[in-house]
Design a protein around this ligand. Structure first.
Ligand code: FAD
Length: 312
């Protein structure tokens, strides 16, 4: 163990952590090598403690939500992986049903369900998106029916300057992108719906069930991280990939889904490098055919051997 890392461990007094933990179980791909350390923070004070310790010892820090938009490399993640638990996973509704205060570590599907029961129509846009609220905020998750950014009132975060509140106009929410500064760990958020319609809640919940059925029919059953690439407006990544004839293409146990071409699936024991190589092959072929360079929606974390990018 190198000296800064042992120094880092000393600064974690009172916190729960695990050393050398494989990350595959924490990702929806079920792929990913070990983290040097996973620290579990249960409140904002603990998050600040971890942030300061990583900063002072120059230990790299990665915040892991539900792992549903990640490809973690086979070598894993060096440094500290932070996960949010306890009071940072709570969901509280205000008296009028207009506002929800929710921890970044809360389940996003659970939040979606809470919002639908309150009659928040925008929440239909969140249906079917797995992961946690922090990841959803960072990615501005959603669909054409709505994105989380539309209901954000304020975001609470731990930064190197201490705890901060970002009002909604301080953050830009765009297509699968947000403008949170580096070293910002989202801890909770206050969401607001101006015109909830509790009387329509059962209708919304029924629509949510229909959307779930539709997803089941149009999305692969295998392990994945959802759409690999962003849609290059006004086109669709899936359409371009399908038109390039790549559906079903495999490298190792990674496959361009035969159900939805913008998904790469782990059909058995795919390596992260297999998924990466396949994604690069897809980019290369789409670029060759359409002159469009697809941008990753999935976050690549750790080190990959860049074997297939000569022409990109
Ligand atoms: C089957 C399937 C379907 C999907 N469908 C959709 C969809 O319809 N729409 C959509 O938008 N997405 C979809 N996704 C992608 C994914 O679910 C979303 O991007 C989700 O919001 C990611 O949340 P997460 O908690 O899993 O984040 P992670 O994958 O864990 O992390 C994503 C990013 O957020 C950062 N992050 C996580 N928590 C925090 C925090 N507290 N503070 C700061 N940064 C943080 C991470 O560091 C990382 O950079 C789908 C994924 C799957 C597997």
């Amino acid at each position: 163990m190198n000296p800064p890392f042992s120094l880092f461990l000393k600064q974690l007094e009172g916190l729960t952590y695990q050393l050398s933990q494989p990350l595959a179980p924490y990702t929806t791909f079920k792929i990913g090598g070990p983290a040097d350390i996973i620290v579990f923070a249960h409140n904002e004070t603990e998050v600040l403690q971890v942030l300061k310790a990583t900063h002072q010892t120059q230990t790299p820090l990665f915040v892991l939500g539900g792992g549903s938009n990640l490809l973690v490399s086979d070598a894993g993640i060096r440094g500290c992986v932070l996960m949010l638990k306890g009071s940072l996973a709570e969901i509280t509704v205000n008296d009028t049903g207009h506002e929800i205060l929710v921890g970044a570590g809360a389940s996003f599907p659970k939040l979606t369900n809470t919002a639908l029961k309150l009659g928040w129509k925008n929440a239909l846009g969140f249906c079917g998106t797995p992961g946690q609220v922090g990841g959803a905020l960072k990615m501005n998750a959603g669909t054409r029916l709505g994105e989380i950014g539309e209901v954000v009132q304020e975001v609470y975060a731990a930064t190197l300057d201490g705890l901060k509140i970002f009002q909604k106009h301080h953050v830009q929410f765009s297509y699968r992108q947000t403008s949170f500064p580096e070293n910002t760990i989202i801890t909770k958020t206050r969401l607001r719906c101006e015109n909830p319609s509790p009387l329509d809640a059962s209708e919304f919940l029924k629509s949510a069930e229909e959307l779930a059925k539709k997803r089941k029919a149009t999305q692969p059953k295998w392990r994945s991280a959802g759409s690999v690439f962003k849609n290059p407006t006004p086109d669709f990544a899936g359409r371009l990939i399908e038109a390039t004839g790549l559906k079903g293409l495999k490298i190792g146990d990674a496959e361009v889904s035969t159900t939805h071409a913008n998904f790469i699936v782990n059909i058995k024991q795919a390596k992260a490098q297999d998924v990466f190589d396949l994604s690069q092959k897809v980019r290369q072929e789409v670029y060759r055919k359409f002159n469009i360079l697809l941008e990753y929606e999935v976050k690549l974390v750790g080190t990959f051997i860049n074997t297939k990018t000569e022409n990109l």
